[in-house]
Design a binder for this molecule. Structure first.
Ligand SMILES: Nc1nc2c(c(=O)[nH]1)N[C@H]1C(S)=C(S)[C@@H](COP(=O)(O)O)O[C@H]1N2
Ligand SMILES: [Mo]
Length: 522
């Protein structure tokens, strides 16, 4: 026996029913997630799980194509895939209600499993997916029933209807409008609810940071390159690049935040946020850089950080002989492996609470993150940090090391040309060239520029804030008409010149000289 054939167009409506049911599922689950935990919403949980299984090369490819919009791209991709699958479930439901329901439940299960497997999963992590799935099943059933009013086949298996059935279109459209409204309302309530139930944003607004016991020296006059178009030498918080594995920003309430220091230590230390603020805080400029930054890229930024030197916290715990690494863990399970030496020597490795005079922005790690001069972010700059385990490189591997990146990540000497931009057109004559170079915790002492295959020429260095920050430069080029390639390289304070060997970001950071091609008109 075969089920009744659908009237023309009915299948398209069934596909629409599937998509609307998915909409209700997402809306209701986001509303439940606002109460339970925003990151337990199925789309977020699946996206985060996807990020966690993403190999390094794919992450780099995503960053190369989408830059810091890689997360938006992922969400758009997931919504497209979900739309196709949901439409399919709708069409299947038209022929077989049970099978359609199974499809929706399977999709919901993927969300529930992803939410439950998060590092920060609460006991209710599956609730949003389950609630959403239940709503989706009911909605799909209600919609598809209206497309298929024909009597079901009789018990003996003889179909009662042989020709195309006439679905009740008006009834379907009314139901579709109700379902759409429910999806929109629950999604809106979820996004408002998440803001209300999440205390971190409000706590940040109310927080007044203490004055530093040791303030940062003023930025010297002349630290900003005179070349117009070179980035701000201190990056405003809103322009600071953001890279992390969290699809929704973790919400950490400072009143319940604690830092636990344990592992190979003489005594375990636990610190509250109030205790951290009451300590002698220092303020210092440090340039952060991402290991995924391509040559000439912009995944690098410079800020004034306020925080407690990590060596003081470690001194209270007293690391045991044999320890050579600190594994820091964030509230959402990200980990970084930092050489113990970089956290105990005299550099300003901080448990940072302030960024450019403000509490850390939520996306940059509120209430507390690590900042370590000289090391790429993936091995040092743990945001939303809550745990420091003193351990050994031989015993523990961090998040990105498991995925093929080096266990240690000292920042490589880099330089870039910011003006003129690649493929810019400029008039012949004096053209100001400018950019930025960095070799954190060593310092930049020279930058040179080469035009086409000519001699390398030293440029004018802007004033240095400190060896822990980037250093800008400028150079006046007597440009002749035609197409020209400009190339830049830096020398660090040990006298070592930046290598011209081209290497990709994996496993420990890109190398090679940045170049731009410029059209000079007569
Ligand atoms: N919790 C957490 N901290 C993290 C990451 C992360 O994925 N999760 N990414 C690291 C990486 S790879 C970099 S480059 C820096 C970026 O810090 P920013 O987003 O403040 O620029 O954060 C580091 N800290
Ligand atoms: Mo990074």
């Amino acid at each position: 026996m075969s089920p009744p054939r659908s009237a023309p167009g009915t299948r398209r409506l069934a596909a629409l029913a599937g998509v609307l049911a998915a909409g209700v599922t997402l809306g209701v689950s986001s509303l439940a997630a606002a109460v339970v935990q925003p990151a337990s919403a199925p789309l977020v949980a699946v996206g985060d799980a996807f990020i966690d299984v993403t190999p390094g090369w794919l992450k780099d490819a995503a960053i190369a194509v989408f830059d810091v919009h890689d997360k938006t791209a992922l969400v758009v991709g997931m919504v497209l895939v979900l739309t196709v699958l949901a439409a399919g479930a709708g069409v299947i439901a038209l022929r077989n209600h049970t099978l359609g329901t199974v499809g929706v439940v399977l999709l919901g299960t993927v969300g529930a499993v992803s939410a439950a497997s998060r590092a920060d999963a609460g006991q209710l992590a599956v609730v949003p997916s389950l609630a959403g799935t239940a709503a989706g099943v009911v909605a799909l059933r209600a919609l598809v029933d209206r497309l298929d009013p024909a009597p079901r086949p009789a018990r003996d298996g003889a179909p009662d209807v042989t020709g195309p059935t006439a679905p009740d279109r008006r009834s379907f459209l009314n139901a579709a409008m109700v379902v759409t409204a429910l999806a929109a309302l629950s999604a809106a309530a979820g996004s408002v609810g998440a803001r209300v139930t999440q205390a971190a944003g409000a706590a940040r607004e109310l927080l007044r940071l203490p004055a530093p016991a040791r303030p940062a020296a003023a930025v010297p006059a002349g630290a900003q390159s005179p070349a117009v178009g070179v980035v701000d030498v201190v990056t405003p918080n809103d322009d600071f690049y953001r890279i992390d594995t969290a699809l929704v920003v973790p919400q950490v309430d400072p009143s319940t935040w604690t830092l636990r220091v344990h592992g190979l230590v003489e005594r375990e230390v636990t610190m509250t946020f109030a205790e951290l603020l009451a300590a002698d805080l220092v303020e210092t400029y440090v340039t952060l850089a991402c290991v995924s930054n391509p040559v000439g890229g912009d995944l690098v930024g410079n800020a004034r950080w306020l925080g407690l030197p990590i060596r003081e916290v470690l001194a209270r715990a007293v690391p045991l002989p044999g320890a050579d690494m600190v594994l820091s863990t964030s509230v959402d399970g990200f980990t970084a492996s930092t050489p113990l030496a970089a956290l105990t020597d005299d550099r300003d490795a901080l448990l940072a609470v302030g960024m450019n005079g403000e509490p850390l922005p939520l996306a940059h790690g509120f209430p507390v993150r690590m900042v370590v001069p000289g090391l790429y972010g993936y091995v040092s700059a743990t945001k939303w940090v809550t745990d420091l385990e003193v351990t050994r490189f031989a015993d523990q591997e961090a998040y990105w090391t498991v995925r093929g990146w080096s266990a240690e990540g000292p920042i490589k000497t880099s330089s870039r040309i910011e003006v003129p931009r690649h493929r810019a057109s400029v008039p012949a004559g004096a053209v100001t060239v400018g950019g930025t170079a960095w070799a954190q915790h060593t310092g930049i002492t020279g930058v040179e520029v080469q035009v086409d295959e000519g001699e390398w020429q030293p440029v004018a260095l802007a004033a240095e804030i400190s060896v822990d920050t980037w250093r800008q430069w400028s150079w006046s080029w007597d440009a002749e008409p035609g197409s020209h390639t400009l190339r830049v390289r830096a020398t660090d304070a040990t006298g070592e010149a930046q290598t011209g060997d081209r290497q990709s970001m994996i496993p420990d950071g890109a190398t090679g000289w940045h170049e731009v091609t410029v059209q000079v008109s007569a």
